[in-house]
Design a binder for this molecule. Sequence first.
Ligand SMILES: Cc1cc2nc3c(=O)[nH]c(=O)nc-3n(C[C@H](O)[C@H](O)[C@H](O)COP(=O)(O)OP(=O)(O)OC[C@H]3O[C@@H](n4cnc5c(N)ncnc54)[C@H](O)[C@@H]3O)c2cc1C
Length: 463
Amino acid sequence: MLPEKESMGNTEEDKRSAFERHKAALVQSFREAREAGQRVRLGKRTSNLFRRRRADGARTLEVSGFNTVIEIDPVARTVDVGGMTPYDAVVAATLRHGLMPAVVPELKSITVGGAVTGGGIESSSFRFGFVHETVVEIEILTASGEVVLCRPDNAHSDLFFGFANSYGTLGYALRLRIELVPAGPYVQLTHQRCEAPETYFEALAASCGEERARGGAASFVDGVVFREGEMVRTVARSCQSVESVSSYRFMRPFYHSIRERGEDWLSIEDYIWRWDTDWFWCARAFGMERPWIRFPVGLLGGLNSRTYWKIRHVYENSRLLRRIGPGRGKEWVIQDVEIPVDRAAEFQHFLCGRIGIFPFWICPAKAYEDSSRFPLYQTDPETLYINFGFWGGLPSGAEPDAHNRLVETKVQELGGKKSLYSTSHFSESEFWEIYNQPAYRALKNRYDPEDYFPDLYQKCVLG
Ligand SMILES: Cc1cc2nc3c(=O)[nH]c(=O)nc-3n(C[C@H](O)[C@H](O)[C@H](O)COP(=O)(O)OP(=O)(O)OC[C@H]3O[C@@H](n4cnc5c(N)ncnc54)[C@H](O)[C@@H]3O)c2cc1C
């Protein structure tokens, strides 16, 4: 174990004062851009956004100084991080103390600021809620060029709660303090198969109830639907010792193992990043399940979400590849949606019958505390939601975006919510009915009255 409170700085430079310096420099360049009437964008080197962004001549803000862990407090069980810190850096630092963030999104390159503003979720969300529910405080650079400290109990509590699902339209998170939970060095996984969606979601809800009641060190629940009639539920528990561990970092994709095995053991790191190696299963589209491609890419350390993002970026930005590549003539349906558990079987029948992308990911989530006060992503705190993650291409129909529209309509019909990291096709009035226009407008009036940042509809739907 490490000392009681560890500042993660190198010896020459304390990270907190470095953070303050980076903050002052960023504020200055932000204000200069504003005064010059220029738009700005975050100069992040990674992204997990699936919407196309317009290169609109905005000034790129230098934010590489905000990508480190600043300080861990193992007693209070919190970590302070720069807003652009990727989760793999946070996890590596906190596991040294036997702790991990309460919810870690499954792709290494997702950053803390991105996950908080973008509705991050993972297999511990049945217990701790969405990523934004595990935040203690945030320092946010607002449109006026001021940095405000937002906490649930201070004068900026409106922005603290309003930041979730705001996607950088109310300001940029520069520093966040997030909660940590104890995590043993290993994880024991149990995979259980099921054939009927109704039984499957009942069993999933029961597992969540049992694990919540058990409390203690980290535990996890998620699942995969391989095809209609073949569903697997995985319950994983943190543990101190095991006889042997599996590894899915190289030639064997993790998702195959859950179809083949009843029980398994992984190191905690390998469990946390189990989906990163193959981008769930999406990397197979790049040939990563062909041994002659996988082997050299793996040897070069390229089996991870950062590599896949770069491949996709090249593809998206090449007119030629888009015309002749495997995506031609396809409508991309890349979506994560939350459905109340008692309507989940119905949604699954719809997905299998009308969309037909397999496998898809299942992840339960329930509010951490009884009162859910996040106005831009309101869910019922008493309800267990099921996140369905489905990512693939379907033949384009006569109507553009017909499959995505169908999904949006179904989600609304079932009382669900759709996250906004990918494409959305709502009309403006539909959108604002779902994402709480009065609350959003009140936040804009206070923190960005001149509409310097685009609004949520402009950014997430119009692009
Ligand atoms: C295939 C796929 C599957 C996914 N599955 C999951 C999942 O299972 N669980 C999960 O948690 N998430 C998932 N995501 C979504 C992901 O968490 C969100 O897209 C998240 O916003 C990405 O974070 P990022 O750090 O990469 O942000 P970016 O992609 O860089 O940015 C996302 C948005 O957030 C804004 N933003 C980024 N950083 C900040 C900041 N510091 N302050 C203010 N605004 C900021 C950006 O302006 C942008 O609008 C998935 C995404 C993909 C592509």
